[in-house]
Design a protein around this ligand. Structure first.
Ligand SMILES: *Cc1c(COP(=O)(O)O)cnc(C)c1O
Length: 425
């Protein structure tokens, strides 16, 4: 029986049998026991399902992977120790030295570093695009070594909304997949696979956990992309490290996510500990309720700021004044999530005074948890970026990113009001 997403947030991924614990247990074990060496041999040859070693999989982690997989509508998911690790594995799974990929430029600063610095050192080149570019301009960057297109549903911190259908069509025209980072939207507000995305990644550190307790990430495979199209030999040719397993032949629709686990997770070892998966699961249980409140509160705060004389601009995709309002209506009809950005008149100095005067909203590096918080990206998360990269990432020097929590919205607005009063003095 297929359930709705609210039910899946609460129940998916773990169904206890008669007399088993009602709550997902923490399987704190690196190791698993077998009745015969033959069975273990089959596990090593990927001929039987089951757990081998907690660097590759673990029952607690698997349950949470399945919950997220069900929420996103995929054929399989793989949890990682961070969002960065999820993006790294998602891309390395289908690229090698000499390959390149195309990415929207307004994405998370850490991801820009990963793409433009670290992957570059491995000989994998990122080619950045903007939503303003025409299809011809974007396609002009594609060549026969281009392996994927990457973007964020709601860009952190620029808050651009990705036209998922458009970039999926463009990628598919060239027989390459669209990889979407769905961190800010979460599957509660948007399921990129339903709009044509092939692979979905998350930093689960943000809303999915929602309590700011565990850093983590996840990769979800839609199962929809045809890897046999000629561009992805690593999925279609024998893997010598598994006696000639051919992922597309032996695992069908789950080829991509199986390879990511048995090859990359085996070699890099970035599976989260069982306790982290347990905490993430606790967060996911209330995700549907929280995303609704985050979105509601953020829209009210955005409207309050927009009407305030001391604010020079407000960016929130749920505002009618947003350049992405139409995209927001299409991709985020039930709410535009909890992050807003704005500038205060008086630039950098006023921004600092404002932030230092807040009482309820805390200055933290984090975003997207239950507690309202603020950050000045230009001097913190994005300080490694050059001025040109800052502009390309959609960040100005006066930009304040505010992550609206699930407290009473009147208290949040009251806090902003008193801090603005202090700036004026
Ligand atoms: C935070 C974030 C990441 C990185 O995730 P970590 O869990 O911090 O490693 C990637 N993408 C987006 C959109 C993020 O917000």
């Amino acid at each position: 029986m297929a359930f709705k997403k609210e039910t899946n947030c609460v129940q998916a991924g773990y169904t206890p049998e008669n007399g088993e614990p009602r709550v997902l247990p923490i399987y704190q074990s690196t190791t698993y026991k077998y009745d015969s060496s033959e069975h273990l041999g089959k596990l090593f040859d990927l001929e039987a399902p089951g757990h081998m070693y907690s660097r590759i999989s673990n029952p607690t982690v698997s349950s949470v992977e399945e919950k997220i997989n069900v929420l996103e509508g995929g054929v399989g998911a793989l949890c990682t120790t961070s969002g960065q690790a999820a993006n790294l594995l998602a891309i390395l799974n289908i690229t090698s030295t000499g390959d390149n990929f195309v990415s929207l430029s307004s994405i998370y600063g850490g991801t820009i570093n990963l793409f433009a610095v670290t992957l570059k050192r491995l000989g994998i080149e990122v080619r950045f695009i903007t939503p303003e570019m025409t299809d011809e301009e974007v396609e002009g960057l594609f060549d026969d070594r281009t392996r994927l297109v990457f973007g964020e549903t709601i860009a952190n911190p620029a808050l651009d909304v990705l036209d998922i259908e458009k970039y999926a069509k463009l990628a598919h025209k060239h027989n390459i997949p669209l990889v979407v980072d769905n961190t800010f939207a979460t599957p509660v507000l948007c399921t990129p696979i339903s709009f044509g995305a092939d692979i979905v990644v998350h930093s689960t550190t943000k809303y999915m956990d929602g309590q700011a307790t565990v850093v983590g990430g996840v990769i979800v495979d839609s199962g929809n992309f045809d890897w046999t199209c000629g561009k992805f030999p690593e999925l279609c040719e024998p893997d010598e490290s598994y006696h000639g397993v051919v992922y597309t032949r032996d695992f069908g629709k789950a080829a991509y996510i199986t390879k990511a686990r048995v090859q990359l997770m085996r070699d890099f070892g970035v599976l989260p500990p069982a306790i982290s998966a347990f905490l993430l699961n606790a967060g996911l249980t209330t995700l549907h309720l929280r995303m609704e409140r985050h979105s509601e509160n953020a829209l009210k705060v955005a409207k309050y700021l927009e009407a305030n004389d001391m604010i020079s601009w407000v960016n929130y995709p749920g505002l009618e004044s947003s350049k992405d309002y139409e995209l927001c209506k299409k991709y985020l009809p039930n709410g535009a999530s909890g992050v807003i950005s704005f500038g205060i008149k008086g630039g950098r100095e006023a921004a600092t005074k404002f932030m230092d005067s807040l009482k309820l909203a805390a200055i933290v590096v984090h975003v997207a948890d239950a507690r309202t918080c603020v950050l000045h990206p230009a001097s913190t998360t994005h300080r490694q970026l050059t001025d040109e990269q800052l502009v390309a990432a959609g960040i100005s020097a006066d930009l304040i990113r505010m992550s609206i929590g699930i407290e009473n919205v009147d208290d949040i607005i009251e806090d902003i009001k008193q801090a603005l009063d202090k700036v004026q003095k």
